[in-house]
Ligand binder design. Structure first.
Ligand code: CA
Length: 364
């Protein structure tokens, strides 16, 4: 041990004794860990959401490791502490400090929440992150949640989802007429305008409903998650690139009073762990989806193809109408919509010089 180090330790011990003698147990207090609860909208063990790289469990591990145990997050799957979709109310009330889900579950509380998960024909993974981190997206997210006493940030992303599973191939818009389809959220509203009979079913009920013919089509996530539900056994047409969810964001929702009490370095740790999970989870989806899609097409008799161009055009026009109605009704949604679309216009213009030709001509 060097003389300097010995001097330092002796000095620190003396300071600690002095503080203790004066009744200020400063060192002990600074080291006591903070324990928070985090609920999820997804059940224990659910890949991507609860288990695996970038999941809720991984996020908690990263926060604990980076903070050297000063901030511990106890993770609860859906139904363990509260029902699946009660995270918004639980975080708002402070019953739990954090919830891990998707903001589009909260469109009944504030429609603007849709924009922080996925907008049909909206931004892809690169674009949405540009808007979040540099285009004012996260600041707007916090502004939307301020009246509810909460803050939020992205903490995961599935990448582009798939249009879904169909018993019969969709060849024209007329095929939507009377089609019974499991499709939640905004995309469901869009399909409904084209004659789809929209059904809302939780993940676990999709396969039996599709197999028995209670529904004719279903959207869930992408090849890896969909294969896990066995949807390829109940329908053979897999319409690919999802117009409805171009890069679906996982949300870390935090009680603002708890957040404001957190020391600044722990806030930075939470933000950095969430940003890491945002990237890592998307990478995991690319890998697992690539493997699953190859298996579905090669080994399981699945026909994977995009929707016809005129069908996509009709869906785009229907989406624009549904969004126009939503922003006409609510100034908060209009503010978020305007920011998102202004960013998207710039991103799309730049993409024409950068990523789009790369994908279409150079990489291909
Ligand atoms: Ca989906």
């Amino acid at each position: 041990m060097t003389t300097n180090r010995r001097k330092f330790i002796t000095g620190a011990a003396a300071a600690s004794t002095a503080a203790g003698a004066l009744g200020f147990p400063m060192i002990a207090k600074a080291q006591s860990p903070i324990t928070w609860k985090m609920t999820s909208a997804y059940p224990k063990g659910a890949p991507f959401y609860m288990d695996g790289p970038g999941s809720a469990t991984d996020l908690a591990k990263r926060i604990e490791a980076m903070s050297n145990g000063r901030l511990k997050i106890q993770v609860y799957g859906a139904g363990e502490l509260i029902p699946a979709l009660e995270g918004f109310d639980a975080v708002r009330a402070g019953t739990v400090e954090m919830n891990h889900a998707n903001s589009y579950f909260w469109t009944g509380k504030t429609f603007a929440a849709q924009y922080f998960t996925a907008v049909p024909f909206g931004l892809n993974f690169q674009g949405i992150n540009g808007w979040f981190y540099d285009g004012g997206g996260i600041a707007l997210w916090n502004e939307v949640y301020a009246p509810f006493g909460m803050v939020a940030m992205p903490c995961g992303n599935t990448g582009v989802q798939m249009t879904g599973w169909f018993k019969k191939e969709i060849k024209s818009v007329a095929d939507f007429k009377g089609l019974k389809m499991r499709i939640p959220g905004l995309a469901g509203k869009v399909y409904a305008t084209l004659g789809v009979d929209v059904k809302l079913l939780p993940g676990g009920e999709i396969f039996p409903a599709l197999e028995r013919g209670v529904i004719d089509a279903a959207e869930f996530v992408g090849p890896y998650q969909d294969r896990r539900l066995g949807l390829q056994k109940a329908a053979k047409f897999y319409h690919t690139t999802g117009w409805h969810e171009p890069a679906t964001v996982s949300e870390l929702l935090i009680n603002k009073a708890a957040w404001d009490k957190l020391p600044k370095d722990l806030q930075a740790i939470v933000e950095n762990a969430a940003a890491a999970c945002n990237v890592v989870s998307e990478g995991w989806c690319q890998k697992t989806n690539a493997e699953a899609m190859e298996d579905l097409v090669k080994n399981q008799g699945v026909t994977a193809k995009p929707l016809p161009d005129d069908v996509v055009k009709a869906l785009r026009e229907a989406t624009n109408k549904v969004l126009a109605e939503a922003i006409a009704k609510d100034p908060v949604t209009k503010k978020v919509h305007d920011s998102y679309m202004a960013y998207k216009a710039k991103f799309d213009a730049w993409s024409k010089y950068s990523e789009t030709p790369y994908h279409n001509k150079i990489q291909a």
